[in-house]
Design a protein around this ligand. Structure first.
Ligand code: GAP
Length: 467
């Protein structure tokens, strides 16, 4: 049985140390979340797997880590200062503020709500009798544009600093480095640049755990192609990304593709589709794929007055601004989806229920747990030897647990999603041949619950992870 409610996941995340409420001891800061010991391992593994798939395994991709703070002219050029807005609507009765389109979306569905204009929002909310989620009244102000960029000041003298912005997408760091990368990497079109990093948006209505927050992480690719080649590139990325998500074990029946209607498109896009996941509260965007054409490079070329054209290496007289296809992943949404997807309750013989996080092995926060059967000193030291060997020879986090019965320890590892537990018993140290031969250990599989005995010398091969 998968997770049926978000509350189940939120409480497991807190109890097991995947995700905590931010600034918890001060009563929290609304909608901020901290990744705990298991959460940071899971998130790092997702990022590593993403980088390996989209950068290291491809001949046409390179990486970048650009600054969060950028020259404010970059945001004028990109259109974010004038166009990066959401429709803000106020409840006249209780003065709470909401995103008007999201209120409509809950009633009419995402497709219908997406095409409603700013002017239509208040009349539509009134006609549909959509009440304020806070006070229950239906008395709305007209909707107005609200810019989502976080503004701050650069400089040491208060009041005299320059206004700068926290980036609302990682993409622009790639566009402003296009010339640097094209010149230094000597890549030929088509090629892409990948970046993982934080982005910030002053969201009007954050919520649903880590789904919509004001500080989040993106994993973005800008894929540069010759003008005219963007159609096939768009299809290639649609399939590649779908396969990446399903390859990580995400249930394909809980994924769908949604094309944006023309009047829903962002200011820079001529075609966008989302991959959506069926979250406990309904379908929501997990990933976006956009055809940004040459909008961004044209804008940056105009504003910076730098020539950003690509020169065809076979014909230096052929210069042009490449077109761009952009696969954009939310890292936190990917992690949330993987948590929801992994959560499983299984009824065991005797009616007991086992909670197990069935993560793909490549992203599991703990790869292997080493469990000495008892706290006897020579068992512990043998187990520590095995643990050191695994740390040296395997990629990833190896846990060591000596507390509680072996059954309880298995259950703890099931809830952490650890694919394999390795038990060191008295057979291993040559003190009880009935438990097994000397220098052999038991591997217990998280999903099948099967146990097999292997020599320590073959342990790493038996535990080998897929790439
Ligand atoms: N560069 C294109 C871009 O930023 P987007 O659809 O606005 O496009 C891309 O964002 C992805 O970033 C989304 O599909 C989502 O996964 C993630 N994302 C966007 N806003 C978010 C937020 N407030 N909290 C968490 N993730 C968010």
């Amino acid at each position: 049985m998968p997770a049926s409610s978000l509350d189940q996941i939120v409480s497991l995340c807190k109890r097991k140390g995947f995700i905590f409420a931010g600034s918890d001891i001060y009563g929290g800061l609304a909608n901020t979340w901290d990744y705990g010991p298991l959460g940071v391992e899971l998130k790092n593994n997702v990022k590593r797997h993403w980088w390996k798939t989209f950068v290291h395994k491809r001949h046409d991709m390179v990486g970048l880590d650009a600054a969060i703070l950028m020259n404010p002219k970059a945001w004028e050029a990109s259109g974010h200062i004038s166009n990066f807005n959401d429709p803000l609507i106020d409840c006249k009765a209780c003065k709470q503020r909401f995103r008007g389109d999201k209120l409509l979306e809950e009633k009419l569905g995402v497709e219908a709500a997406a095409v409603i204009t700013l002017e239509q929002l208040q009349p539509m909310l009134t006609a549909e009798k959509i009440a304020c989620p806070h006070c229950g009244k239906c008395d709305w102000t007209p909707a107005k544009k609200f810019n989502l960029m976080f503004k701050t000041q650069q400089g040491v003298i208060e009041g005299e600093g320059t206004d700068i912005y926290l980036r609302p997408e990682t993409a622009q760091g790639i566009f402003v480095n296009f010339k640097n990368i094209a010149q230094t990497s000597r890549l030929r079109l088509p090629f892409g640049v990948a970046q993982i990093g934080k982005a910030f948006r002053n969201e009007i209505t954050p919520g649903n755990f880590t789904f919509r927050t004001r500080e989040f992480e993106q994993m973005e690719i800008e894929y540069f192609v010759e003008p005219g080649a963007e159609g096939p590139a768009f299809e290639m990325w649609k399939d590649t990304v779908w396969n990446w998500f399903t390859g990580l074990g995400i249930d394909a029946t809980k994924l769908r593709i949604r094309e944006h209607a023309t009047d829903e498109l962002s200011h820079y896009s001529s075609r966008t589709l989302d991959i959506e996941y069926d979250f406990p509260w309904g379908w929501g965007e997990l990933f976006g794929l956009a055809n940004r054409g040459n909008f961004d490079l044209t804008q940056h070329q105009t504003f910076s007055k730098e020539d950003l054209q690509y020169t065809d290496p076979d014909d230096p007289t052929k210069k042009f601004l490449p077109y761009v296809v952009e696969p954009s992943f939310g890292c936190d949404r990917t992690v949330l989806t993987l948590l929801l997807n992994a959560y499983t309750e299984e009824e065991l013989e005797g009616g007991d229920v086992r909670v197990v996080m069935k993560f793909d092995r490549r992203i599991a926060p703990v790869k292997v747990a080493v469990l000495p059967l008892s706290k006897k000193e020579n068992l512990i030291s043998k187990a520590q030897e095995v643990r050191s060997m695994l740390i040296d020879q395997m990629d990833g986090n190896i846990d060591f647990d000596v507390t509680g019965s072996i059954g309880k320890r298995y259950r703890r590892q099931d809830e952490a999603g650890t694919p394999s537990c390795v038990t060191i018993d008295f057979g291993t140290i040559g003190e009880d041949a009935t438990q097994g031969e000397v220098d052999t250990v038991t591997i217990r599989d998280r999903d099948t619950l099967e146990q097999k005995r292997v020599p320590i010398s073959e342990l790493c091969t038996s535990l080998k992870m897929p790439n």
